[in-house]
Write a protein that binds this ligand. Structure first.
Ligand SMILES: *Cc1c(COP(=O)(O)O)cnc(C)c1O
Length: 406
């Protein structure tokens, strides 16, 4: 590999744009100024994603199906496939196509509880999907009808969980069968399932690992009441990452709770699965935005709620770790004060209240870089008001010289 003592190095060059950049950790600000992006720009570090995939593969007691909606970009799907992730949780035909394009042999879990008949048919006959979720008897009939009573279906009953106050968004308000409905669905689905499973989602960004134990124990009660054998248990996504003011215990702590709960509830012989989205990809990507105007404590930046920052909307409220990179390379003047941010569209909903603590000297042309921006950012960009454009720059982060051993 190219070995350069310091600074920013464009590695492999294509024709016009360098395809991969390398920089040393301490030279990050220099790197941003070198790029000087005038559009929202994602820095994607495939090594960080590989490391996270390895954490899941080696630590979680079961299979990993990456939740594609969180970040469906080709580079992410490719990197995960190369890292040994061979299952994907998809919600639409488009996501099915996106995965098949980079990984034709992947196992696809079609985990949207409400699917169109046409998409079920196409999934089964055109894309070899055999695994479907349902949370209502009409959906079960739909699946059986559209696959012409196929004998090779793996069906998962998605159950609603008792409320989870530790999640950013509780995922049981929209989907999931209640206890009694779930019993009925298990009975109805058993005879038409090759494998029968139960799935749930504890809610995204769940800060309390014990929610997984409560959910697994709840499912155990359900299985006992139904008097029906299941073959698989899918504990969903919901694993958190650190945002401002939210410091979760490490992933290993979650895996430990899940492992113990599976054992306690005698589920350890089942096919176990999880569907991480956020915790898999968040760390792989940073997002560089630029300050276009300052009005008092309000900074107009070039990305916002309709772009890559929807989860920072005032009405959502996750705040990615962030740092200011000054245009001129000057040390930003202290002290810090609190700012609000607003995106480039002309809608006043495009507002991020923060508060964001930034140096008093912040000015037009400076960049604000958001870390852990790999989740629900690229996938949520809307193009509203003409602001769809964003760049992606693949990067490799090298440790500082002092820590190198070569
Ligand atoms: C969104 C979603 C996930 C991923 O959730 P994260 O909180 O991002 O881990 C997993 N499974 C299903 C069914 C989902 O809808």
């Amino acid at each position: 590999m190219l070995y350069i003592e310091s600074g920013v190095v464009p590695l492999r060059k294509k024709t016009k744009t360098p395809r991969l950049f390398s920089y040393e950790e301490p030279h990050f600000d220099e790197f941003v100024r070198f790029l000087s992006p005038d559009k929202p720009t994602y820095l994607f570090d495939s090594n960080a994603l590989k490391a996270r995939a390895k954490d899941f593969l080696s630590g979680f007691p079961g299979d990993i199906a990456y939740a594609v909606k969180c970040n469906p970009t080709r580079r992410v799907l490719q990197t995960l496939s190369k890292s040994g992730i061979s299952s994907f949780d998809v919600a639409s035909l488009e996501e099915i196509r996106q995965v098949r394009k980079v990984n034709p042999a992947a196992t696809l879990y079609y985990m949207n509880p409400v699917k169109t008949p046409e998409s079920i048919r196409a999934a089964y006959y055109d894309y070899d999907v055999r695994i479907f979720v349902l949370d209502h008897r009409d959906e079960l009939f739909k699946i059986v009808r559209e696959t012409s009573l196929a004998q090779d279906l793996d069906l998962y009953v998605r159950v609603a969980l008792p409320k989870n106050p530790s999640a950013q968004t509780d995922f049981s308000s929209k989907f999931g069968a209640e206890f009694d409905q779930a019993l009925e669905l298990l009975k109805l689905a058993r005879p038409v399932s090759r494998k029968l499973g139960i799935s749930f989602h504890v809610g995204t960004q769940s800060m309390d690992p014990q929610v997984y134990d409560r959910a697994i124990s709840y499912v155990a009660k359900m299985v006992a009441s139904a008097g029906i054998e299941i073959d698989a248990l899918d504990v969903g996504g919901g694993f958190p990452v650190a945002y401002e003011g939210l410091q979760p215990v490490p992933l290993a702590g979650y895996f430990q709770v899940i492992r113990e709960s599976l054992k306690k509830n005698r589920f350890d012989d089942l096919h176990i699965l999880c569907e991480p989205g956020r915790a898999m990809v968040a760390d792989s990507t940073q997002l560089i935005t630029r300050v276009e105007l300052r009005r008092g404590d309000l900074l107009y930046i070039n990305d916002g709620v309709y772009g890559g920052l929807v989860e920072m909307a005032s009405w959502c409220g996750l705040i990615n770790p962030y740092r200011l990179v000054t245009r001129e390379g000057s040390e930003p003047a202290e002290p810090c004060r609190s700012f609000r941010l607003t995106g480039p569209t002309c809608d006043s909903l495009d507002m991020m209240a923060g508060p964001f603590l930034l140096p008093e000297s912040v000015a037009m042309g400076d960049w604000i870089v958001f870390q852990r921006a790999g989740a629900y950012s690229q996938s949520c960009r809307s193009g509203f008001n003409g602001f769809a454009a964003a760049d992606v720059v693949p990067v490799q982060v090298r440790p500082p010289l002092s820590r190198r051993t070569e």
